[in-house]
Ligand binder design. Structure first.
Ligand SMILES: Cc1cc2nc3c(=O)[nH]c(=O)nc-3n(C[C@H](O)[C@H](O)[C@H](O)COP(=O)(O)O)c2cc1C
Length: 184
């Protein structure tokens, strides 16, 4: 049995308090490769990872703020949007690059991209880093999609904040599986 693999699955945990350094080099490559191993009906590879660190985080913040403004958000929301990416040394905006396909609906391609987010978070954890999957209304903002150069059918499925955990990862308490199961 692969105990380490099982342990990672059972202890996956988000970390919202992230500091430098961000994953880089081989570690980052493993994270991206883990994302690209997400289940993918039809091998459509409906993934795009928009990486931001350093100045890129400032640029992402400005895009979020401008998009929030275009969407008519209140001033404090616009200000908060600008600061959001600065909560970690790296943010990966994960996009479902949706392909038109007669057998693979859009929804399945969104699921694939979502699986990629979790796989990347777990690959980060496996290598001693931490991550947090975040979202918010801007994920669905046409203005942001356009600012990021996304196509009409594309969908952001998450902002994966990555970095070095500033606190110990929470040890999750396992819940009773029976509460979620019904045998057919
Ligand atoms: C699609 C998606 C979007 C999420 N968006 C947010 C978010 O914007 N802010 C937040 O605090 N948590 C968000 N979460 C939840 C966290 O990523 C995390 O799962 C939660 O805090 C529970 O922690 P755990 O993963 O360690 O169990 C989101 C989760 C998913 C799956």
């Amino acid at each position: 049995m692969n105990q380490a693999g099982l342990h990672l699955l059972l202890t996956r945990s988000s970390c919202g308090l992230l500091q430098a350094p961000a994953p880089s080099g081989d570690v980052l490559e493993h994270i991206l490769q883990a994302g690209l191993r997400a289940p993918d009906h039809g091998h459509l590879q409906p993934f795009q990872f928009l990486l931001a660190e350093g100045e890129g985080l400032q640029r992402l913040g400005r895009l979020l703020a401008t998009s929030a403004k275009q969407d008519g958000a209140a001033d404090e929301v616009i200000e908060r949007a600008q600061q959001m990416p600065l909560r970690a040394p790296m943010v990966i905006t994960v996009v479902a690059k949706v392909h038109s396909h007669n057998k693979v609906p859009e929804f399945e391609q969104h699921l694939s991209a979502g699986c990629a987010v979790m796989a990347m978070q777990m690959a980060a954890q496996a290598q001693g880093f931490g991550g947090m999957w975040r979202s918010g209304p801007l994920m669905y903002s046409r203005a942001l999609h356009e600012a990021l150069g996304l196509a009409e059918q594309d969908q952001i499925v998450g902002f994966l904040y990555l970095g070095t955990p500033a606190t110990a990862l929470r040890q999750p308490t396992l819940v009773a599986s029976a509460d979620f199961v019904r045998w057919l």
